[in-house]
Design a protein around this ligand. Structure first.
Ligand code: AMP
Ligand code: ZN
Length: 114
């Protein structure tokens, strides 16, 4: 999608701090971190949210979670623990409409849900 921020980041048209890349998935540091570690993992194929992603191709969900799994094993995240969050729509506060998975860790995380 030509006017999508994360598509531009994946293409390298907008700079980011890349932390992971494979054939299908791109990972980069969140610009406004909410925890000591706050990364975003996105599929290279554009979809607007996780429902659209899984309806388009359930494999994309596996691609993203495999990438997160690999990354967590290569860093301290798996040992220390981490959280994966994906926001859908206004009540969750979704602001970027390219499906993305927040990976949070590096410190003890607070409770969530409200
Ligand atoms: P969400 O609110 O779930 O849609 O998350 C969007 C996330 O994208 C937020 O955590 C933002 O801080 C992050 N973000 C916005 N623009 C950029 C950017 N150019 N580079 C990295 N992260 C960004
Ligand atoms: Zn996009």
């Amino acid at each position: 999608m030509s006017d999508c921020l994360f598509c531009k980041i994946i293409k390298g048209d907008i700079p980011s701090q890349k932390i992971y890349e494979d054939d299908f998935v791109f990972g980069f540091k969140d610009l406004n971190p909410m925890a000591k570690i706050h990364h975003l993992f996105v599929h290279k194929e554009h979809t607007g949210n996780v429902n659209e992603l899984v309806e388009t191709s359930p494999k994309q969900l596996a691609d993203v979670y495999l990438a997160i799994s690999k990354f967590s094993k290569e860093s301290d995240l798996e040992r220390e623990g981490f959280r994966v969050v994906t926001n859908v729509g206004p009540n969750a506060g979704q602001t970027v409409f390219h499906t993305h998975f927040h990976v949070l860790g590096g410190e003890r995380l607070g409770h969530f849900g409200s």
